[in-house]
Write a protein that binds this ligand. Structure first.
Ligand SMILES: [Zn+2]
Length: 422
């Protein structure tokens, strides 16, 4: 961290100002960096003065799925902009090697093993959009020892199922909602895969989704927490006791809205990440809106030294606000909705808060369930939170709509209500 801070202050005009006079202060006294600040001051923040935002943007627009480099040196990726402005990030070859290694660590911890003695067939169902980091990773990792099938999670489900059936992966990596959907396909007999390892990432991995994956393939899935900006942040080990933070690569502060650490066992409002290997774009106390819970017991029987987080309930944007029975407003955490929706035998769900109602989308609902029961339990749960419950509607849809990068958010607020400062 000391080396990172020195590098940032010496080589980035932005940090020279931002951290001026703070060289001796501990990390938790440094100012918080937001994506908006990175994008607004991009040219002054990068430590290579030849890198300019307009060139990065122009390069991004030319990506076509290969392993293209900016200026013969940098790999560029963009965040999807699902929470406001898109963020652009780039890595030199050394940083990129660490990015790849951080993703590989999840496989290593799970005991996947790949190498000269055995080949491991891997299927990745995520975004194949060329500017997305997972596509960039895919384009630069190509090994005969890990034959990999990459499928876009925005493709029609039947087509995904058909290709997976033909490929028979030993390792299946997917967005959490997709891992759940594929488990349902397996349990319904339409998919016949027998992966030894299932990894879910990039979205909230609900208890129900994990349970269905285990029912489908007899193995507990492994949850991975990663972001474009930081690459891998945390991952489950073979003990399934939560996710170990990659503390040697990223310092993760789980904080409340005032950037103060939250106690173990409590969901934070957001995380501040300090990416220890970042040099081209130094990220020090960079804010991400994920709501994460540090474990009450930081130790795991596996003996790994890294602290454990119990789970991720979503992003700050997933906290819905309702008028309160006692006046004012009440905030309802994502976990409240998970509790209700986990009882629904569905392949996918999404709760959308509209200006005057709450809509529940359900796909792939199995037997033994009525809309009325669900509406009732949701009303009760929201009532218990002190909310004035708006009209609730259930819509059965063939598929939960996916975003441009193929994710299926569980909770969507379409109400331009009062929001936290970005
Ligand atoms: Zn462990």
């Amino acid at each position: 961290m000391h080396r990172l801070r020195e590098h940032a202050c010496a080589r980035s005009p932005f940090y020279g100002r931002f951290h001026k006079g703070l060289a001796d202060r501990p990390l938790d006294e440094l100012p918080v960096l937001t994506k908006e600040m990175v994008m607004e001051d991009f040219d002054k923040l990068v430590t290579d003065p030849t890198v300019r935002l307009e060139d990065v943007e122009a390069h991004l627009a030319t990506l076509s799925g290969g392993d293209e480099l900016l200026g013969g040196r940098y790999r560029v990726a963009s965040t999807s902009g699902s929470t406001g402005r898109r963020g652009l990030f780039l890595w030199d070859p050394g940083e990129w090697a660490t990015v790849l290694a951080s993703y590989n660590r999840s496989f290593d911890w799970a005991g996947v093993g790949a190498g000269l003695t055995h080949r491991t067939r891997m299927a990745v169902v995520s975004s194949t959009t060329p500017w997305h980091q997972s596509a960039r990773v895919g384009a630069s990792v190509s090994s005969p020892w890990v034959p990999t099938l990459r499928i876009d999670s925005g493709d029609p489900l039947e087509s995904i199922v058909e290709r997976l059936g033909g490929f028979q992966p030993r390792v299946l990596v997917a967005y959490a909602s997709m891992a759940h959907l594929l488990a349902e396909e397996q349990l319904a007999g339409r998919l016949r895969n027998s992966p030894g390892f299932v990894f879910g990432s990039s979205e909230v991995f609900t208890e129900q989704a994990k349970r269905r994956v285990e029912e489908a393939w007899g193995e507990k899935p492994l949850e991975v927490y990663a972001a474009t900006e930081s690459a891998g942040i945390a991952s489950e080990c073979e003990q399934h006791q939560g996710m170990h933070l990659f503390e040697d690569l990223v310092i993760t502060e789980v904080v409340d809205e005032n950037n103060k650490p939250v106690p173990p066992g409590t969901f934070g409002e957001k995380v501040l990440v300090t990416v220890l290997f970042s040099r081209t774009i130094p990220l020090i106390r960079y804010e991400m809106s994920d709501s994460v819970k540090p474990a009450t017991s930081p130790h795991c029987p596996c003996g790994r030294p890294f602290a454990v987080i119990e789970g991720i309930q979503g992003r700050a944007e997933d906290v819905l606000r309702f008028p309160a029975t006692s006046g004012g407003q009440v905030s309802v955490q994502p976990i409240v909705f998970h509790r209700v929706m986990d009882t629904v035998p569905a392949g996918g769900w999404q709760i959308a808060q509209e200006p005057s109602e709450l809509t529940m989308l359900l796909s792939g609902v199995r037997e033994g369930f009525t809309d009325a029961t669900l509406i009732d339990s949701l009303r009760q749960e929201l009532g218990a939170q002190g909310a004035i419950v708006p009209p609730v509607k259930v819509r059965h849809v063939p598929n939960i709509p996916r975003t441009t990068v193929g994710k299926a958010p569980l909770i969507k607020a379409r109400v331009p209500g009062p929001r936290r400062k970005p």
